[in-house]
Design a protein. Structure first.
Length: 510
């Protein structure tokens, strides 16, 4: 039976509301501000700055002071533009370089302070989904046809095959224009030998998914982001195409590039000084993609992940939240008892509505509580013993479309703590700003699960929860609880367990 999120958790957009999407890429940071008008998004501002985060990343996952400073200065400028927008109308996502940091919080904490809004980290495959969403909204696909989208970023490259607005396959590999330039052309020296060696290595990496992509096929291929646009512009300026990238044009661009012998001497027509230091890696990755996938022609898209973030925000605030479909898919995959999950989720929603004002919980907290309630038993697919630990592992390590890394970690922590003892380290992976809400949501999930431990289908006649900052009082009907001695014992036990979540709990009856 389909599950509908309670109205308490919804946050509908109103006409003239502004939304902002921030894309912390490995080469450039982008921001788009759009106004929501009559169900449509109208872009009213765009900002882009070259930051070259990937240039400052070392092999141990450290970030240079120079790259860190460039990032903070850029985010401060972006933050000035969106400082008056509420948090719910801003979504900032970090990609490959932040994913690879050994200590991401050391970057994210000051970065969020500079921007004035939360920053989430997304996986490569989630990045791919958002890229495809942005491209398809800017250039709607033909009905019944498949398309290939390639996005060469600074640190990674995403490959997506989709049909209509839905992705069929998503891949992200650790080659990008900055990373590949640094890796294959150290010292800035360009030679045919180095190029061919690099081309062989990258083509080999693409073989992990190339046969599947070739078998699926596509009717059109599109390249998004700055690298594809730069290569398309070069092809046009060399009068090889009218802006597309073709299998015939790419070798000519490569030969012209290699004639420079050094990166600092590259002089390709229409190439900006800003992109000159990294174009070699971009052309290299594009040529490898053409060879591995048998591509003949790539058109250049005018959209990328930043536009996808905006449209994803629309879906999250409406009836097309991709996270809802992902949760339903996981429930089906792991054979979750849907009736029981719905009971727990409904009770969790009742509890949330009663304490949200006192605990200053946001609608998105309610959404996460609802999804955790519906997924709390997925670990049973592995074993009943310690199923909460198995479920937490699945949620942390699965590829779940629509969820950021922080959201998956939150779901994992909630499922891990929904029963038994509460480890002191349960919430350590979460940003500090999210820990208070996570602890409170965990309390609500534990109570909802306990109240339905017997899988009882009867309605709970009295369910009143009263909260102050650190105290919680639950009121239940006396006759109802007297008929359930196991539940009574469980609730009394929670009075001993919940202080580990920072809450003093007092169950009593009317």
């Amino acid at each position: 039976m389909p599950f509908t999120l309670p109205q308490t958790f919804s946050q509908p957009l109103q006409d003239n509301d502004q939304l902002a999407a921030v894309d912390l890429g490995s080469n450039s940071f982008h921001m788009i501000v759009a106004r929501y008008t009559q169900g449509q998004l109208r872009v009213i501002d765009r900002l882009r700055e070259t930051v070259r985060m990937a240039d400052g990343l070392d092999h141990r996952g450290g970030l240079s002071a120079e790259a860190h400073a460039r990032a903070m200065e850029c985010l401060s400028r972006f933050g000035q533009r969106i400082r008056d927008l509420p948090d719910a109308r801003v979504r900032a996502l970090a990609t490959n370089t932040v994913r690879r940091l050994a200590l991401p919080q050391e970057f994210l904490v000051p970065a969020e302070a500079a921007l004035g809004h939360a920053i989430e980290v997304v996986s490569g495959r989630e990045e791919a989904r958002l890229i495809y969403l942005g491209v398809c909204n800017a250039q709607p696909p033909k009905a019944g046809s498949k398309r290939l989208v390639i996005d060469i970023g600074g640190g990674s490259t995403e490959f997506i095959i989709g049909s209509g607005m839905q992705t069929l396959e998503r891949e992200s590999i650790q080659v990008g224009c900055i990373a590949s330039t640094r890796r294959f052309f150290p010292g800035g020296k360009l030679t045919k030998k180095r190029w061919n060696t690099a081309l062989t290595e990258i083509t080999a990496e693409l073989q992990q998914f190339a046969p599947l992509y070739r078998s699926l096929g596509w009717q059109e291929a599109l390249g998004s982001s700055g690298t594809a646009k730069a290569i398309g512009d070069i092809c046009a300026a060399m009068k090889l195409t009218k802006g597309a990238i073709t299998a015939e044009a790419l070798p000519q661009v490569r030969e012209r590039l290699l004639q420079a012998e050094k990166i600092e001497n590259i002089d390709l027509p229409s190439l900006s000084k800003d992109r000159q230091p990294i174009i070699a890696g971009g052309v290299l990755v594009m040529e490898a993609a053409f060879q591995a996938l048998g591509i003949e022609r790539v058109l250049v898209s005018k959209a990328a992940m930043r536009e996808g973030i905006l449209y994803d925000m629309l879906g999250r605030r409406g009836d097309n939240d991709p996270r809802e479909q992902s949760v339903a898919s996981m429930m089906h995959r792991y054979g979750v008892d849907e009736a029981q999950a719905s009971r727990v989720a409904a009770t969790a929603a009742r509890l949330f509505a009663q304490v949200a004002p006192a605990w200053q919980l946001e609608p998105d907290d309610g959404r996460l509580l609802s999804w955790a309630a519906r997924l709390h038993e997925i670990g049973l697919a592995i074993a009943h013993s310690q199923y909460h630990i198995h479920g937490a592992y699945l949620l942390e390590h699965s590829d779940i479309a629509g969820f950021s890394r922080q959201e998956q970690l939150m779901l994992s922590a909630l499922v891990r703590t929904h029963r038994r003892g509460i480890p002191k380290s349960a919430f350590d992976a979460l940003p500090d700003r999210r820990i208070p809400a996570a602890r409170h949501i965990a309390v609500l999930l534990r109570l909802a699960v306990l109240l339905h431990r017997a899988h009882d289908q009867d309605e709970i006649p009295v369910l009143d929860l009263e909260a102050t900052a650190d105290d919680l009082r639950l009121t239940l009907d006396k006759a109802w609880i007297d008929a359930r001695p196991l539940l009574r014992a469980d609730l009394i036990g929670e009075a001993d367990a919940l202080p580990d979540l920072g809450v003093t709990f007092k169950p009593f009856v009317t």
